[in-house]
Design a protein. Structure first.
Length: 135
């Protein structure tokens, strides 16, 4: 099921990570391919997963979770959201709550052509002003 984001202005509504895996990592995929995945990364808390598409087109994003960095016991732990270019997306997910220790993004194109879509993400997040929560 695909949903749209809801902008939240209150910091108190967002789980803030002081010690999570908040380092941004770049992702990139060709819109010739129907989908792509980021690498598995350690998720330390129940904060939102951060995703910001930076070039190309809007991207459909789903959060996946797994037991380890090889992907064993993987499953889907969020709805699928259409995140526009330039949007600081904070994706509600249940990776940590379901005992999974690793997360990744499943990325799907919104347009099929020769464009390269790029962005950045982190498995844990710290709230940024102007962000959009997807839940």
């Amino acid at each position: 099921m695909m949903r749209t984001g809801v902008e939240i202005m209150s910091l108190s509504a967002v789980a803030v990570s002081a010690d999570g895996n908040t380092q941004d990592t770049l992702w990139s995929y060709s819109c010739q391919n129907a989908s792509s995945n980021t690498e598995w990364r350690r998720k330390y808390n129940d904060s939102y997963v951060y995703c910001k598409p930076t070039s190309g087109y809007a991207t459909y994003v789903t959060v996946k979770g797994a037991d380890n960095d090889s992907g064993s016991g993987s499953g889907t732990y969020s709805l699928t959201f259409n995140i526009p270019i330039g949007t600081k997306g904070f994706i509600s997910n249940y990776v940590n709550e379901n005992g999974k220790k690793y997360a990744r993004l499943y990325l799907q194109r919104t347009v099929m052509d020769n464009t390269i879509c790029q962005g950045k993400w982190s498995p844990d997040s710290v709230w940024e002003s102007g962000g959009t929560i997807y839940h």
